[in-house]
Design a protein around this ligand. Sequence first.
Ligand SMILES: Cc1cc2nc3c(=O)[nH]c(=O)nc-3n(C[C@H](O)[C@H](O)[C@H](O)COP(=O)(O)OP(=O)(O)OC[C@H]3O[C@@H](n4cnc5c(N)ncnc54)[C@H](O)[C@@H]3O)c2cc1C
Length: 454
Amino acid sequence: MESSKVYDVVIVGAGTGGCSTALFTAKNGLKVCIVDVKKEEDIGRKVCGDAIGRHHFDNLSLPYPWNAIINEVKGMRIYSPSRSTVFEIVGEGVSGFMLKRYEFGQILLKEALRRGVELYDSTRVLKPIIDGRRVVGVTAKHMDGSIEFRGRVIVDASGATAVLRRCLPEGFLPERDVKPEDIQATYREIRLIEGEYYDYNYGEIYLSRVYAPGGYAWLFPRSDGTANIGVGVQCGRGYPNPKMLFYKFLYTVKGVSEDIINSGGGLVPTRRPLSSLVADGLILVGDSACQVNPIHGGGIGPSMYAGRLAAEAILEAYDRGSMTARDLWMYNVRYMRSYGAKQASLDVLRMFLQSLSDEDIDYGMSVRLLSEEDILKASMYGRVEAGFLEKLKRFAKGLGRIELLRKFRRAVKIMHEVRKLYEEYPVDVDGFREWLYKSKRIFIEVTVKTFINA
Ligand SMILES: Cc1cc2nc3c(=O)[nH]c(=O)nc-3n(C[C@H](O)[C@H](O)[C@H](O)COP(=O)(O)OP(=O)(O)OC[C@H]3O[C@@H](n4cnc5c(N)ncnc54)[C@H](O)[C@@H]3O)c2cc1C
């Protein structure tokens, strides 16, 4: 049986990105629906590290979701590859919460439904419906048959699978696919832990090319006696699969029980945002738009922030009566000039870090090439100041690490350039071609040559 539904806004995906877009859009009276492949009672079940910074709620003026919080977290401990140096990072930007991820997802969903959003659960979206140069709907499959959803604007919030983005015809968006090197393959388990070894005020991050090449291993202890433990590995480089590396890593930490409470894997895009997040009739939000922090892989907060910005742009375009890329462009401008600029700058730092050996990282951490304070600033603002490098030059010379310093200084310079570029994202679509050219030049010619092929 085939049926057709018509809405103002059709959102594909009821994750944190989709639900946030829905609830910020629906409160203004638009007819909005969310379509998700999961059953309603499974929405919110997501393999995740479950950590979120407090500032994400503050920035959106949202109350802390106490019913979905296991415990508060003061900061992070970062272990160097040899574990001889441990950074304790505390402060705004790293303090936050360990979430009950399922409950949190359900809270967001229920809030959207309370505001009048309609949910089509157990419904798999297959592809976009294109009319000329415009996305006008999606085709989907439900156990009762095929359904077509038509909308004035369609939101791809389908996570890393990006079901709509990846099915667009050539030329709709500057990037349709994401390079494997810009994706992390992850595996994580929830296990009981022995409390005396761990302090749930701190998440633990382990840098190591042995257990997590191009990513990191984490162990986030929680006040309920469990820990969220996982590894993220850069794709596209022939590294072993994350589940295998996870078990290797597990041998190196103490006090973790044999019993697995929950396990699973997933993909996380860890790069700068896609160059444009809009096309005619289409908006991308969350992982489908690559809005994850490239350094730590946190994407819950950014997807909620993006959801609000997307909703604002949709409401403004709705009032004007048109949903072309030009009408939706302010979403690009607001996102790129704020979180996008930080993300793009951190993407350069990510590539620099991925190009280092474990010995380089051990050395860099031991001499505070990047200190705890620098990391805090980088994580909060996406900025690293180069001035302190001068002080370190003499240490580095003596130890034959001048090449590492040179590379780092170059990375810091490119981070500044990239940040500026994103802060000057064109205010309308007419300036985009030139901006895109500059962006490609920096990322392909400079960054790749500097870090990947260096
Ligand atoms: C192992 C791991 C650990 C992580 N740790 C953290 C962390 O500690 N903190 C943090 O902030 N972030 C973390 N992240 C990232 C974070 O989970 C995501 O960035 C965030 O959930 C993005 O939300 P989203 O709404 O874009 O996508 P998702 O949450 O993935 O939601 C997408 C939704 O779309 C639905 N969907 C997909 N395809 C279809 C289709 N064809 N038809 C209909 N529905 C569809 C899915 O069912 C899902 O409900 C982690 C990710 C992983 C994999």
